[in-house]
Write a protein of this length. Structure first.
Length: 101
């Protein structure tokens, strides 16, 4: 499994819009992606505020299908783009363990 961590500073005052995008659009988009096992969205209210999206993917092939290109590059949805202060950063991690629940 692959953890994908996407982070990006938000434009000033765009925190609520990012939250609405996450809840109304991004969640629905990711739920439809074969191989996306879970997704978490958050906001760090520092200066500047930073949005974060953490997704869990079954495998690299599922992630490649979602990104439609280079999976190492951040995916930016057109609705999301006006909310971002700069290009997002993305990191990938192979899952090596989790807390049993």
């Amino acid at each position: 499994m692959i953890l994908r961590v996407w982070t990006c500073p938000l434009k000033k005052g765009m925190e609520k819009a990012f939250e609405e995008f996450a809840l109304k659009e991004a969640t629905q988009i990711l739920e439809k992606q074969e191989g996306c096992l879970n997704a978490f969205f958050g906001i760090d209210y520092g200066e500047p505020s930073t949005g974060v999206v953490v997704t869990l993917w079954r495998d690299i092939e599922s992630l490649k299908t979602f990104t439609g290109g280079d999976w190492r590059e951040p995916y930016i949805h057109p609705t999301e783009a006006p909310l971002l202060a700069e290009k997002p950063k993305v990191s990938h991690y192979t899952l090596v363990g989790k807390i049993p629940r």
